[in-house]
Every structure is written in structure tokens, then in C-alpha cells.
Design a protein around this ligand. Structure first.
Ligand SMILES: *Cc1c(COP(=O)(O)O)cnc(C)c1O
Length: 459
């Protein structure tokens, strides 16, 4: 299996090369040259597999190369050994609604599912070539802590994470800044998540800097993250359908950078029977507006109670555009160029209709989010975090929908308390954080300031 760029400017690379490259060198995003199809018999068998075995099956056709493909069982075992639930991503029935809990990893958000795998994958690939890697990423909160926990203390890897100063929850901030391992650098940027992401993108696009410091990516632009997230769509379907291939399921996905919902889109392309993919956004609704109108236009970022979704420019969206535009890299490049020049673009009415066949989109406001948390708690005693609540609200009235629960409620305790008056119980990994020392540098939202600091950290 070879990987190509959405913008067509990269000679096809292997899976390992795609993982190490992160962002494609032509500024696009890497994708497999074709999506493998799963036959009905295989699908039926997958429906009964435990998570770790299923993960190996789902990943194998995307990896293919030896010896890596033979190492997958070990890598998967190490990645998910630290999860606190034996099923890794269990489906809980809550008042008759299936909730796919993705928050049983070390930082209590769904990003651990991908980043625990990626950390192990990086280590294996670097050991093999006696190489080193400097990971650079921007976070709206959860990616940063999950990435840091995925690679902390590993000898061949250093990591620097930018987060928007004062705009992540105190708990998220502490999950990052209390990690004092020598290979970890935390930077608080005086700006929004999009500012941080823009700085990171521009450093990656500086090829000389990227090569000299061997920059690697962990934001959801890394293909291996998407790959790891495809697994739980199959897993949840298996739990609900018992492996019956004529039993489609619907998913509601709290969406920010479009990584998670894109993984669902790929799962459906592979042949998973998904009837509807409900893309749930908070009031930062660029994606919802796009699905409703075919017009993709940047707006302002509004801080909300679901901060990990306070995003306007969704980095993975370009991967979806590639398929929407008929796998035509020149067309993708055209639209992305227009977007950087003008801040918006429109697709044709026919393409817009295709989008609305593929996704249902709902934007959920602050009051509705809090009301969802409150009503669910009153009806069932289950506490949902505000991101999960956005998905639950978007799914209401849609019949049976598997809602992705993307964070543990205690991670966003203030919003949960405001909605219900109840304080979610702190799991042990969070309870100890308050008293620990922290390390973090505050910098202006400027590429050069960040570059200077990184040159120092990546020595
Ligand atoms: C990152 C995140 C999301 C959004 O996921 P994307 O893949 O960026 O769309 C939703 N909820 C939580 C808790 C997150 O951390």
C-alpha cells in the first residue's frame, strides 16, 4: 500500500514514510492510494473480535509492509495495555442509547486511542533506523496531553506542544504542564488554537527547518491517528449488530478537526454498514454550515464549554475534499489556494448534494449542551462531558444512534457541575494533578518567537 498527497505533489511513499512525514511535503495531507474493501464474510468475523485483535485486522491492509505488519499485534498490545477498561472502547447502554466510551486511556479523552498507538509506532520506527524525532503540535487541549503522554520519557523523541494560553481547561493544562520529563516542552501561545495551528503549519512548511530538526507531527494530520480511530467504528458496530452485516448503525461524532468523523467516513468506504454519520459541532459551526450550504467560510472562534471543538479551520477536512472532488489533486489545490487567499470557497451544487448525502450536520449551542447533560443525568444518572453532550444532542430525534463519548466528565468538571449541580468523581490519574509542580513557557502568537524557543528546546 502506497500513500499519496491530496495535492498530488509527493511521489508515493510507504506507510512508515507516511507516518514519519506527517504533513505531506507539498502542503497537502497523505492518504492511502486506495481504501481497502472488507468482504461480507470478513466483516461478519470482525464483528465478534475483541478490540486488540480487531485493531490488527483493520490496520493490516493499510500497512502491508514487512516487518512492520508482523509487529502490529505487539504494538497494539503495548498501546492499549494501559487502558483502564478491559474492552478498551466499551459500548454502554444508557437509557436505551448506545454510548461508545472512548475515554479510558491515560488522559481520559478519545485521543489516547490514537496517540498511545502512535507513540509506540514512532518508537519502533526510530529504533529500527537508530533515528531521532522532534514532535511539534498545536492543541486545543486534549491532543496535547494525549500526545505528551504517548511519548513522555522515550529516548529518541522530543515533543513540543503549543496550547492557547488560558483557553484550555485547568485540568487539561495540568495534564500537560505537570509532565516534567526532559523530552517534553510546553508552550502557551497568546492567541487561539487556530493561531497555534497556523504557527505549526508554517514551521512544517519551512522544509529546511523541518529537515534540520526532523520534525514529526502528532496532530490529526498524521495518517496513523486516523487509522487507529477507524477501529472503534467497527468495534461498536460489532457490539450492536452481533456481526450481522445487514444491520447498519448510525454514529454521532462530536467534531472539531474532522479527524474522528473522517475515520468514520473511511470505515464506511471500507464497507462498514453505516446508515448515517452525524457530524456534531458546537457554535463554532464552519463544518455544519458547509454541509448545509456547500460554502466553506472561516468565521471567528468562539470559546465554548466544549473547548476541544473550538476550531474554525479543520485540518482533516482536506482529506474529505479530496474524495468529494473525485480524487483530483489539482482541484483540491485550487480550492485550498482560494481558501488561503480569500478565507472561503464554495463547491458546486451537485457536490453540495453529495455532501449532504454523506453527512448529517448539527450545530449545538451552549444552553442545549448544558441541558443535554442535565436531562441525561436526571433520566439515567449518567454524567456526560460537554463534548459528548454535543453529540448526544445532535442525535436526539434521530432514532438509534451510537454516540461517541470523547472525554471523561471529570475532565470538564466545571461545565458538568454547572449543568447538574453534581461534581463528577475525579479518577485517580486526575486527582493527584493539583499538587504537582508545572513547567510551561508563554510566548506571543508569532512564528519567529516559537521558532527561537524550539531551536533551544530541540538541541
Ligand atoms: C479532539 C476532541 C474532539 C474533536 O475531535 P476531532 O477529531 O478534532 O474532530 C471532540 N471531543 C474531545 C473531547 C476532543 O478531545
Amino acid at each position: 500500500m502506497r500513500y499519496i498527497s491530496t495535492r498530488g505533489g509527493v511521489a508515493p511513499v510507504t506507510f512508515s514514510q507516511a507516518v514519519m512525514m506527517g504533513l505531506a511535503t507539498d502542503g497537502g495531507l497523505l492518504l492511502p492510494e486506495r481504501i481497502p474493501r472488507v468482504g461480507a464474510d470478513e466483516l461478519r468475523r470482525w464483528g465478534g473480535l475483541p478490540f486488540a485483535e480487531l485493531a490488527v485486522e483493520v490496520m493490516r491492509p493499510f500497512v502491508v509492509e514487512e516487518p512492520l505488519v508482523s509487529m502490529l499485534p505487539g504494538l497494539v498490545q503495548r498501546a492499549y495495555g494501559g487502558f483502564s477498561h478491559p474492552e478498551i472502547t466499551p459500548v454502554r447502554m444508557v437509557g436505551g442509547r448506545p454510548i461508545l466510551e472512548l475515554f479510558h486511556g491515560p488522559t481520559l479523552a478519545f485521543k489516547d486511542v490514537a496517540l498511545q498507538f502512535l507513540g509506540n509506532l514512532f518508537e519502533y520506527l526510530l529504533d529500527r533506523e537508530a533515528g531521532e524525532l522532534n514532535i511539534l503540535g498545536a492543541t486545543s487541549g486534549d491532543t496535547g496531553s494525549a500526545a505528551i503522554h504517548g511519548v513522555r520519557g522515550r529516548s529518541r523523541i522530543r515533543i513540543a506542544i503549543l496550547h492557547p494560553h488560558g483557553r484550555v481547561s485547568p485540568m487539561q493544562e495540568r495534564q500537560m504542564t505537570t509532565v516534567l520529563d526532559a523530552n517534553v516542552t510546553n508552550i502557551a501561545v497568546e492567541g487561539t488554537f487556530d493561531d497555534g495551528q497556523r504557527i505549526v503549519k508554517s514551521l512544517f512548511n519551512d522544509l529546511e527547518f523541518k529537515e534540520r530538526y526532523r520534525l514529526g507531527a502528532v496532530n490529526s494530520i498524521n495518517w496513523a491517528r486516523i487509522l487507529a480511530q477507524i477501529v472503534y467504528y467497527f468495534y461498536a458496530w460489532g457490539r450492536l449488530s452481533g456481526g450481522r452485516v445487514d444491520r447498519p448503525v448510525a454514529f454521532a461524532v462530536p467534531t472539531g478537526n474532522f479527524g474522528d468523523v473522517f475515520a468514520g467516513f473511511v470505515a464506511r468506504k471500507m464497507g462498514l454498514p453505516i446508515s448515517r454519520l452525524i457530524m456534531a459541532t458546537n457554535r463554532n459551526d464552519i463544518l455544519t454550515r458547509f454541509v448545509d450550504t456547500g460554502h466553506y467560510a472561516m468565521g471567528e472562534v468562539h470559546p465554548t464549554v466544549s473547548p476541544s471543538m473550538d476550531i474554525q479551520v479543520s485540518s482533516n477536512f482536506e482529506r474529505y475534499l479530496y474524495y468529494l472532488l473525485g480524487e483530483d489533486p489539482a482541484a483540491v489545490r485550487g480550492l485550498m489556494d482560494r481558501f488561503s487567499a480569500e478565507g472561503s470557497f464554495s463547491v458546486t451544487p451537485e457536490q453540495a448534494r453529495a455532501v449532504s448525502r454523506e453527512f448529517v450536520a448539527r450545530a449545538v449551542g451552549e444552553e442545549e449542551t448544558l441541558a443535554e447533560i442535565r436531562e441525561l443525568y436526571q433520566a439515567t444518572g449518567y454524567l456526560a462531558d460537554p463534548h459528548t453532550a454535543v453529540g448526544l444532542r445532535a442525535a436526539s430525534g434521530e432514532g438509534e444512534v451510537i454516540c461517541l463519548a470523547t472525554a471523561h466528565p471529570a475532565k470538564f468538571g466545571a461545565a458538568v457541575r454547572e449543568a447538574t449541580g453534581v461534581e463528577p468523581e475525579l479518577p485517580p490519574v486526575l486527582a493527584g494533578l493539583r499538587s504537582l509542580p508545572t513547567r510551561c513557557t508563554v510566548l506571543p502568537a508569532e512564528v519567529e518567537a516559537v521558532r527561537r524557543h524550539l531551536i533551544h528546546s530541540f538541541q
